[in-house]
Design a protein around this ligand. Structure first.
Ligand SMILES: *Cc1c(COP(=O)(O)O)cnc(C)c1O
Length: 342
């Protein structure tokens, strides 16, 4: 157990948060003349600042208490708020394992926080020996672990994650954007055991709601209270909350889509194995594949010319491209195009 207070920025600890009209009076019925809203229209009222209905559904689904959930305007907002809460600009540091999701670094840059990077080992796992000396550096406040990792696709070893949770006196942020596609369970179950753990998930991938911008954080009540303190009062619009609620009311569609995507992943994998230009296909616990090819820049350009857009990750992993699993038709187009390369 760490003392959360000790690692929160003093100005955040002392902050008096904005109290919105919808917080002072939480009843549903009444004559609402408190928020300077327009009395006419369909989206005229401010949304629930704490997204109670949405959290209730998520709590039931994830088997946690509503009090352990924070909803953000995408997980990118959650990453941003985490820096705001724990990292003093120009003073504190964060750490991550590369190659990984780019937002940890962009957000660090926005907040003027140095981001230390440890290169993932051979199988894209965490190199604990390199990490150990940095765990005790007292200006490192945050460690970002993406699992399954983007762009490599692999889950990180649970034993390594638990080692970090036990031996780091700062916040461990586990980004589980792709966990619904993975063969292993979420680490949300560990939030009751480690008070320095934040697990983030999103509606952007497996739930098919990237346009709606709904991200989730799971943590102990103390951290959730800090998120609530620093967030913009109405950070998740009513339209976005409704989109997530509607998706949660149709879990069958979510399950079917995941099944189809995973089946397509296997089919794509088998087809790509036959293509000579592809040298290696990395194991994936996500809805994408990382492929090592002969010449990533060339293949990227050839595909774009045919309006097939993939992600060129050559700058992160030598000669690698990342392809998202699409519909059967889209995947067929990709397979054909790769087969017919000049
Ligand atoms: C796609 C992705 C997200 C999703 O971010 P949102 O802001 O919720 O859309 C988060 N983390 C990683 C690693 C991702 O690849």
């Amino acid at each position: 157990m760490i003392k959360i207070e000790d690692i929160v920025r003093p100005n955040i600890l002392n902050l008096q948060p904005y109290s919105s009209a919808r917080e002072e009076y939480t009843g549903k019925e009444g004559v609402f003349l408190d928020a300077n809203e327009n009395p006419y229209g369909e989206l005229n009222r401010y949304p629930d600042p704490y997204q109670k209905a949405l959290k209730q559904k998520i709590a039931a689904l994830k088997n946690v208490d509503s009090k352990n959930i924070f909803v953000g305007n995408g997980s990118d907002e959650i990453i941003d708020l985490t820096y705001r809460i724990f990292c003093n600009p120009g003073v504190d540091k964060a750490l991550t394992f590369t190659p990984t999701y780019g937002m940890y670094e962009v957000s660090a840059g926005i907040h003027n926080i140095a981001l230390l990077k440890i290169t993932l080992a051979d199988t894209f796992q965490i190199d604990l020996e390199q990490l150990k000396p940095l765990l005790k550096e007292n200006r490192v406040k945050l460690i970002f672990i993406c699992s399954p990792n983007n762009p490599t696709g692999n889950l990180m070893n649970n034993s390594d994650i638990e080692f970090i949770l036990k031996n780091f006196n700062g916040i461990v942020f586990i980004d589980e954007a792709y966990i619904d596609f993975a063969k292993e369970e979420s680490l949300i179950r560990l939030i009751s055991q480690y008070n320095n753990l934040i697990v983030s998930q999103t509606f952007s991938k497996a739930w098919g709601l990237a346009a709606a911008r709904v991200g989730l954080a799971f943590a102990n009540e103390e951290i959730i209270a800090l998120f609530n303190k620093v967030k913009p009062p109405y950070n998740v619009s009513q339209l976005n909350q409704n989109a997530a609620l509607n998706a949660l009311n149709k879990p069958q569609i979510y399950k079917e889509n995941i099944k189809t995507i995973l089946k397509e992943k296997e089919r794509l994998l088998a087809a790509l194995t036959q293509i000579k230009r592809i040298k290696k296909i990395y194991p994936s616990d996500a809805n994408f594949l990382l492929l090592e090819v002969e010449n990533a820049d060339f293949i990227y350009n050839e595909l774009v010319a045919q309006q097939i857009i993939i992600r060129n990750r050559n700058k992160q992993v030598d000669n690698c491209i990342r392809v998202t699993i699409g519909t059967p038709e889209e995947n067929n187009k990709l397979i054909m195009a790769l087969k017919n390369l000049r």
